[in-house]
Design a protein around this ligand. Structure first.
Ligand code: C5P
Length: 214
């Protein structure tokens, strides 16, 4: 079974996707980390003419060792990730890695922005997670604080809005809800309630598919 989980920054998709992976005993890939690793690799070139070329080179040579969440979860790296994510050649370079992960035996759970639309259009279950901007900011602030980082909530709110705007305008992205994705709004849900709702959607979808194939 392949489960695709998409949604905007700090919507709770990572927590839900990893919870689903544990529940169904499936391997899990946070695809945002790939873009973050490329963004981190070109941090020194952010304002340089070489930014694009360096980002493509970093995406082509990315390996497991670069994908360490410990160094990738800051808001600054999130912004850099969204800047490299608009480069078509970067997206193409990261495509095969994501595709291979998704199509391994027994299935997988992937979360990101374009999983249900581009990486795994054939996924068995697609979820699109949303939450309002203030709730997303507060969640991300608490995550960062739990990691010992000081947070300016006003600046973080604007960073999230700015990243959303860049993501929505991404000419090379597929950052929209796939037609066959289930919408789950987590604004008013805590983690447990959101996970229960997601599991109910996955179980219901798989049961309907099994029935239809009889
Ligand atoms: O999900 P996360 O916030 O870690 O993603 C960081 C950035 O990486 C996003 O804002 C987006 O620009 C990019 N991204 C992407 N496609 C994905 C996952 C993330 O373009 N599948």
């Amino acid at each position: 079974m392949i489960i695709a989980v998409d949604g905007p920054a700090a919507s709770g998709k990572g927590t839900l996707a990893s919870g689903l992976a544990r529940h169904y005993r499936l391997p899990y890939l946070d695809t945002g980390l790939l873009y973050r690793a490329v963004g981190r690799a070109v941090e020194a070139y952010e304002d340089s003419e070489q930014f694009e070329e360096r980002a493509i080179a970093a995406a082509l040579t990315l390996d497991e060792g670069d994908i360490d969440p410990e160094f990738l979860l800051s808001a600054k790296i999130g912004t850099l990730a969204s800047k490299v994510a608009v480069i078509g050649a970067v997206r193409r370079a990261l495509f095969d890695y994501q595709r291979d992960f998704a199509t391994q035996d027994n299935g997988a759970v992937l979360d990101g922005r374009d999983i249900g639309t581009t990486i795994c259009p054939e996924a068995d279950v697609k979820l699109f997670i949303q939450a309002d901007s203030k709730a997303r900011m507060e969640r991300r602030a608490r995550q960062l604080e739990a990691r010992g980082q000081a947070v300016d909530r006003y600046a973080l709110y604007h960073q999230i809005e700015e990243r959303d705007a860049r993501d929505m305008a991404n000419p090379n992205g597929g950052f929209y809800k796939a037609n066959d994705a289930h919408l789950l709004d987590t604004t008013l849900l805590d983690i447990e309630a959101a996970l229960r709702a997601a599991i109910a959607i996955v179980d219901g979808t798989m049961a309907r598919k099994a029935e239809a194939s009889l």
